[in-house]
Design a protein. Structure first.
Length: 175
């Protein structure tokens, strides 16, 4: 799946005949963007802004899918962490997400990268805790389960794991 998503990402590039010109995107978003007042009378600038926003959104969605797939691969095969690390580094360059589902995926992927690639389990837990602040109950459960995986790998946290499991069972009883 990672290879398939990587091929799609490569095909999106202008150099391969795709619609996304990453250097033009970086150049456009790297400068001060025109205000809405500036765009009011300039049809060409409006079209450019719309085109660049669409390209950025497509690139971010592709990079997020690639990073998510790389995280799943790295969980099952620890020798594949370099793919996860490079894809997350590229994803971080393009900013945050506004969609709740994308925010959840981004937080989970970032947490996995911190844990698997960098060995920063504390940072991974903090990333998940920060994501829980805005999470829906369903997302909160996913984030808590991911946090439990990290806590289980730490020595001396058995009491925290037990308490968190009890809280999960109370909040989300098995059906």
């Amino acid at each position: 799946r990672v290879n398939a998503i990587q091929k799609v990402r490569d095909l999106l590039s202008v150099s391969n005949g795709g619609p996304i010109d990453e250097s033009a995107l970086a150049q456009y978003f790297g400068v001060a963007l025109p205000s809405d007042d500036d765009l009011e009378g300039d049809k060409e600038a409006k079209e450019l802004k719309k085109k660049m926003e669409e390209q950025k959104k497509l690139l971010k969605a592709t990079l997020l899918a690639l990073s998510d797939a790389a995280a799943a691969l790295a969980l099952s095969d620890s020798s594949q962490t370099d793919i996860l690390d490079s894809s997350v580094k590229e994803l971080k360059k393009w900013g945050s997400f506004s969609d709740a589902k994308d925010k959840l995926t981004y937080s989970m992927t970032l947490s996995r990268q911190q844990r698997l690639c960098k060995g920063e389990k504390g940072s991974a837990i903090k990333t998940l805790m920060d994501a829980k602040k805005d999470a829906t109950p369903e997302d909160d459960k996913k984030l808590t389960e991911e946090m439990l995986k990290i806590l289980n790998s730490l020595e001396g946290t058995e009491h925290i794991v037990a308490d968190t499991n009890n809280t999960l069972y109370k909040r989300f009883p098995p059906k």
